[in-house]
Each structure stands twice: as structure tokens, then as C-alpha cells.
Design a protein around this ligand. Structure first.
Ligand code: PLP
Length: 387
């Protein structure tokens, strides 16, 4: 049998494994349209597709967003940028994370745009460029409160005033990152935005040309319209979620990913039996259990043991017992017609019921970001075309 496992839309691969992530490209398009509805017409969008597009597949996300008019993409590392270039993406790719000096050759070779947060890396990049590669576009990051990457306000003045920016490098954008924009208390965010604005004013008054400014992640976009600047950096929002329920801008977002599988076996268990490892769950009645071929090695978190829920026959049922590496048990006693081969939704809708990445995040004491980007390569991605 020849199985075309590499093709993301392959029906064969989804028949080989019923544990699939269906990506609704129409939802992605809808979320982008919602974002555009609330942005000033001149505000650009840098679409964040790091961490394999938050688990949705970075290549498919970038290709689809590019068809929808997006020309700038954000990734975390050189490696993620190279993956997109090798897939044929020709648009601007901005590397948001830190860069090692030994990666500068690849950065230049693959025409990736760095975010510079360190004067030494900036200098080494300048030295590696041949005259035909100059001026090389860069974004420069200022730390206004995240205390992770970024120049201090004092050091950025000197850096941007250096000869590096009169030949080798071209400042395309100045940026910062918000550390607390999902908090209902706005104080820290307002302080960050204020500090950002102060530095920009200072730089412009000393004659530095700054073509564009950006600061807003999803939380900034929905809660601080004044953070939109010339460009926004949505990640989570594009995939259908926002990190905070209180926001000043209301967007109608549609989750772009459904995680589903099928019952591989059922068994009847008397009352008083322990199920799965360590008998963590004990039946209190004669029970019917469904076995699912998904486990923590697929990215279905073990903290969901005895806590999570699944949808089968349009009914919400509990996860019972420890989640194993490859398998999970559900209690289907109350779904009498449930049988082997039935569809089970772990994240997404079935009938009137819905389990969102936020529900799962609450069960596993995490955030929707981690839930989505943990869905691993064992889960086949199936792309549902835009309608
Ligand atoms: C990941 C990331 C974003 C996107 O954040 P969301 O909350 O997913 O919108 C924006 N900016 C930077 C610098 C990031 O690393």
C-alpha cells in the first residue's frame, strides 16, 4: 500500500488514523475579516504563525493568509522561517525570537527579517552583509516592561544613531511587546505604551527616521485601540480566541480547529472497578466505557485525566481515569447507542454542544495558547477549504 503521508489534505492519512485536527480555513478568513473591520484602514497586519501556526500548520496558515492579502508573517525562530521559505513563501517573514550569531548566515540566505534586541548581533549582521545585500531591513525592539528581549530606552538611542544605520541596516519598524494586556487593570499596559511613545518622540526629535511602529498582540488589539500603531501582531485572534473575556473591542471570532477521533472499542464494566493506570477512576455504577485512540503523546494533556470532557452522539461525557500515552477512556453509559467507530469531538462542536480551547485550558490549568500548540505531529491536519 502506498500511503501519501506527507500530504496534509490526504484522505488516506486520515483513514490510517482517525485522530485528526480539522482546520476550518473559512473560520481563519472570518477572523481576519473581523480584525480588519476594527482596524484603521492604514493599519498593517503582521500575522503570527509561530509554533506551527499555533498547531494549525504554519505552511497552510501562511498560504491561506497570503491568499487573503497578508504580506507579513511572524515566526519565533530562524528554523520556523526557513520552513516557510522552503515551502515557497515569498512574503516578508519576521523572526520575533532571539538570534544566535551562528544563525546570521541562514538569516541572510533565506531573506528573513530579524528583530534586533542586542547591539552585538546587530553589529555582527552588519559585518556579514555584502554590499549588494545592503541595506538589510530590520525591526528593533525596545523593552518597556516585559524584561525579556529588547533594548533599554537609553541604549536604543545610541544603537539607532550608530553608522550601522547609515549603510548596512535599514530600520523598518520599532516595536515593543505588552506584558500585561490581558489584565483587567490597565495600569501596567498604559505605562508601557507611554514609555514607548516617549522613546519614539525622543528618537524622532534627534532625527531618527522610524517608518513604522508596532506593539499589539491579541490582548492589545482587543483591549487597547491606542496600541494598534501602524501595525498589529495577531496570533491567537486569527485562530479564533482572545485571551481575555473583557475587552473594549468586541470581535465575533470562530475557533479554526476541531480535534476529533473515533471510538476504537467499548467495554462494559461493573460498579466498583478501577479504570486505567492506578485505578484513578472507580465506577460507581455498571458502566459502559469507550476507548479513544488519543493520548498525551498526541498532545492531549495528562492533566485532563478524570477532568476533561468529550462529545459523542451530541452528548457531553466525562474523561475517566488516567490519560495514557496513546489512549483515553470516556464514560458512555448515558449514550446508549454509542458504538465502535462513532465520532468523538475533544475540541470543537457536535450538535448544540461545544468544547473550546478555553474550556480545556481551564481543566488543565493552562491557557488556550498551550492547548492549541501542544497538538502534536501524531495528529493529522485535515484542511477544510474556504467556502
Ligand atoms: C507570539 C507573539 C505575538 C502574538 O501574540 P497573540 O497573543 O497570540 O496575539 C505578538 N508579538 C510577539 C512578539 C509574539 O512573540
Amino acid at each position: 500500500m502506498t500511503a501519501h503521508l506527507s500530504s496534509p489534505t490526504s484522505l488516506i492519512s486520515s483513514q490510517l488514523s482517525p485522530t485528526i485536527a480539522t482546520i476550518h480555513l473559512s473560520a481563519l478568513a472570518h477572523n481576519l475579516a473581523e480584525l480588519r473591520r476594527v482596524l484603521a484602514p492604514s493599519c498593517e497586519i503582521l500575522a503570527i504563525v509561530k509554533a506551527d501556526g499555533y498547531g494549525h500548520g504554519s505552511i497552510a496558515m501562511a498560504e491561506t493568509l497570503s491568499q487573503l492579502g497578508i504580506t507579513k508573517f511572524g515566526v519565533a525562530s530562524i528554523q520556523e522561517g526557513v520552513t516557510l521559505r522552503e515551502a515557497g513563501l515569498t512574503e516578508t517573514i519576521i523572526v520575533l525570537g532571539g538570534i544566535f550569531s551562528w544563525q546570521l548566515g541562514d538569516l541572510i540566505h533565506y531573506s528573513l527579517t530579524p528583530v534586533i534586541s542586542d547591539a552585538s548581533i546587530g553589529r555582527q549582521l552588519g559585518e556579514k552583509l555584502s554590499p549588494s545585500q545592503m541595506p538589510f531591513p530590520v525591526h528593533v525592539k525596545i523593552d518597556t516592561g516585559m524584561r525579556r528581549l529588547g533594548f533599554t530606552p537609553e541604549s536604543v538611542l545610541d544603537f539607532l544613531d550608530s553608522p550601522l544605520f547609515r549603510g548596512p541596516l535599514l530600520l523598518e519598524s520599532l516595536m515593543t511587546h505588552l506584558a500585561d494586556a490581558d489584565n483587567t487593570n490597565p495600569d501596567f499596559t498604559l505605562k508601557q505604551l507611554d514609555e514607548f511613545q516617549t522613546i519614539v518622540t525622543q528618537l524622532r526629535s534627534q532625527g531618527t527616521l522610524i517608518p513604522s511602529l508596532h506593539a499589539a498582540n491579541t490582548a492589545g488589539i482587543v483591549s487597547y485601540p491606542q496600541s494598534h500603531c501602524d501595525m498589529v501582531r495577531p496570533g491567537l485572534l486569527l485562530y479564533g480566541y482572545q485571551p481575555t473575556s473583557s475587552s473594549t473591542i468586541t470581535l465575533d471570532l470562530q475557533p479554526a480547529l476541531t480535534l476529533s477521533t473515533k471510538v476504537v472499542q467499548t467495554r462494559d464494566v461493573p460498579a466498583g472497578e478501577g479504570l486505567s493506570y492506578n485505578g484513578l477512576y472507580r465506577t460507581t455504577r455498571a458502566s459502559r466505557i469507550g476507548i479513544l485512540p488519543i493520548g498525551y503523546a498526541h498532545g492531549y494533556n495528562r492533566l485532563l485525566s478524570n477532568r476533561g470532557e468529550a462529545l459523542i452522539g451530541k452528548t457531553r461525557v466525562p474523561i475517566v481515569g488516567r490519560i495514557c500515552m496513546d489512549m483515553t477512556l470516556i464514560d458512555i453509559t448515558d449514550v446508549p447507542h454509542a458504538q465502535v467507530g462513532d465520532d468523538v469531538v475533544l475540541l470543537g462542536r457536535q450538535g448544540a454542544e461545544e468544547i473550546s480551547a478555553i474550556d480545556i485550558a481551564n481543566w488543565q490549568e493552562s491557557i488556550p495558547y498551550e492547548v492549541l500548540c501542544s497538538i502534536g505531529p501524531r495528529v493529522n491536519r485535515v484542511y477544510e477549504p474556504m467556502t
